[in-house]
Ligand binder design. Structure first.
Ligand code: UTP
Length: 271
């Protein structure tokens, strides 16, 4: 799997006013834009073709990468309106053609100062098992299920992909069928495009990628989940998430991290 679709067309409403003119994917974390972390992770995982699904007004993202990564091909396609993650992936269909591809959310950094081998592992599992889709998942506290797609999967030994039996978008803690959360990275075959076309718009008014994957599961297609509980995930979707990510990278900076940790202790009154 050497092509990755990176959806960056969302409105970022939860981060307003910071994101009124600046795409959230361009907010700096550890001295570089969030989306650069994602591209560096993808390149370290063998991706050499990146397809941005972008929106009018977010040209800064493409401009940022112009001429920067020799050997990596960047292309982009405009999602006319932010109709959901599933719609964003469907928008990329013509650029993906008939090869398997990865999907990496443009606002979720995996790892802190290391590039975890997530997409490489997902791609290998997809090919080895001849699956239609492999999803990175991790266990989350039940109180947080409403923020993620939640997967029900068979048991599998650590590091091995497990067969997915059900997947639900953002269930409430009371209704969640489990606590394994979809974790911002996928590998899939073009079978997803037909599933997306047959998927109705969800209750949030968006075409959900999760609902299309649920269709694949129901149709008997092989959908797998790979647990990556050890990989830290930094979600930049909210002000708190952004502040936490910024802090995690700032406090571990090789040049000024130690001075910052001292300053933080002072601020906290711990001497
Ligand atoms: P989110 O749903 O977290 O982003 O999508 P959002 O819609 O920008 O956020 P809010 O709710 O308005 O604050 C996760 C990723 O998917 C992209 C976003 O750009 C983000 O990187 N996305 C989302 C799209 O490309 N298109 C969409 O229609 C929705």
């Amino acid at each position: 799997v050497t092509t990755a679709v990176v959806p960056v067309a969302g409105r970022g409403t939860r981060l307003r006013p910071a994101t009124r003119a600046l795409p959230k994917e361009m907010l700096p974390v550890g001295g570089k834009p969030v989306v650069q972390h994602i591209i560096e992770e993808l390149v370290a995982n063998g991706i050499d073709r990146v397809v941005f699904v972008t929106a009018p007004g977010k040209e800064a993202i493409e401009a940022h990468f112009e001429g920067e990564y020799p050997g990596i091909t960047f292309s982009s396609v405009v999602q006319p309106a932010p109709r959901g993650l599933g719609d964003a992936v469907l928008t990329a269909e013509a650029l993906v053609a008939d090869r398997p591809f990865a999907v990496a959310l443009g606002d979720a950094i995996l790892g802190t100062r290391e590039t975890p081998p997530v997409v490489g592992l997902l791609g290998r599992a997809l090919v080895d098992a001849d699956a239609a889709c492999v999803i990175a998942v991790r266990d989350v506290p039940r109180s947080l299920t409403g923020r993620f797609g939640i997967v029900v999967a068979d048991d599998a030994p650590p590091g091995r992909p497990a067969r997915v039996r059900a997947i639900v978008e953002k269930p409430s803690p009371a209704q969640a069928p489990g606590t394994l959360a979809v974790s911002a990275r996928y590998a899939m075959t073009p079978a997803i495009f037909d599933a997306l076309r047959r998927t109705p718009i969800g209750p949030a008014g968006e075409l959900e990628l999760t609902d299309a994957i649920a269709r694949l599961v129901q149709s008997g297609a092989k959908v797998l989940a790979l647990r990556l509980d050890d990989v830290p995930r930094h979600d930049i979707g909210t002000h708190e998430g952004y502040a936490r990510a910024f802090m995690a990278f700032a406090l571990t900076d090789p040049d000024y991290g130690e001075a910052l940790r001292r300053a933080a202790r002072d601020l906290l009154g711990a001497g």
